[in-house]
Design a protein around this ligand. Structure first.
Ligand code: ADE
Length: 252
């Protein structure tokens, strides 16, 4: 997969994108990540990328001519051009997986007060937000999108585990994980994990994932794909909660 990022701050990407799995994905030839400085697409001697807003108001707006020139230098027909924006559709497991299905993506990082709206009208095909809060720029959001999408490319996670068993893959969070030592400060690794019966372990993990979802993110359960046994388990968690006087839906 090729990802071109357009940014005013290319230096922000060096650390996060060149460590761990993002480095491995590039080293294995699964990710071709190119970071471009939008300033390189200016044509005036001051390399001006922004200007004051028509109609007044504070801040600076990124210029349409420069940004469109940059996008058009990189895009081919059909390439998604994604503007990182707090006004975009929310990133989720499903959106990350969908993005990973593309051969080529262009991510455009907004900055300053915003970007001339004609950029959206002329070249942007999608807008993505990483959450309902406002960052100072789209760079951190672009890195989050790249990381979340790239781990869905077959071969990226390798032996480290598959993206289909992730928390959020089917609306149920992952259960807890343990490693040595078997006991620490009075807390023991659950016996079932030590015994090595893989069918039982799978069942236990799913049950504990379900318990965690019930306790911490009950909102996810509205859309989760659950078997009848799993629905029955939820009923048991609800009974346990009412027996112990807890509200049946956590408000956390
Ligand atoms: N740029 C500023 N805030 C953002 C957000 N929440 N998501 C994506 N891009 C952004």
């Amino acid at each position: 997969m090729r990802v071109d990022v357009l940014t005013l701050f290319p230096g922000m990407f060096a650390g996060p994108m060149n460590e761990s799995m993002m480095w491995k994905a590039q080293d294995r030839g699964l990710l071709d990540l190119q970071i471009h400085d939008i300033r390189d697409y200016t044509q005036d001697k001051h390399r001006k990328v922004d200007d004051t807003p028509y109609g007044g108001g504070g801040g600076m707006i990124m210029r349409v001519d420069v940004v469109v020139r940059a996008v058009e230098a990189l895009a081919s027909a059909g390439t998604p051009v994604i503007l990182m924006s707090p006004q975009g559709r929310l990133l989720s497991h499903a959106v990350a997986k969908e993005l990973a299905g593309h051969e080529h993506l262009i991510l455009l990082c907004g900055h300053y007060e915003g970007i001339d709206d004609r950029v959206r009208q002329l070249v942007v095909t999608d807008e993505i937000s990483i959450g309902d809060y406002v960052l100072t720029g789209g760079e951190l959001a672009a890195m989050v999108v790249i990381d979340a999408a790239v781990r869905h490319i077959p071969g990226v996670l390798g032996a480290e585990g598959g993206a289909d068993t992730d928390s959020h893959a089917d609306g149920v969070l992952e259960g807890p994980h343990y490693t040595r030592p078997v006991a620490f400060r009075g807390l023991e690794v659950p016996t079932i994990l030590q015994e090595g019966d893989h069918t039982k372990i799978e069942g236990w993990r799913r049950q504990e994932g379900l318990r965690r979802t019930w306790q911490d993110r009950p909102d996810l359960l509205f859309d989760a794909r659950l078997t009848d046994d799993e629905k029955y388990l939820l009923g048991q968690f609800a009974d346990e909660d009412s027996a112990s006087g807890k509200a049946s839906i956590s408000t956390k």
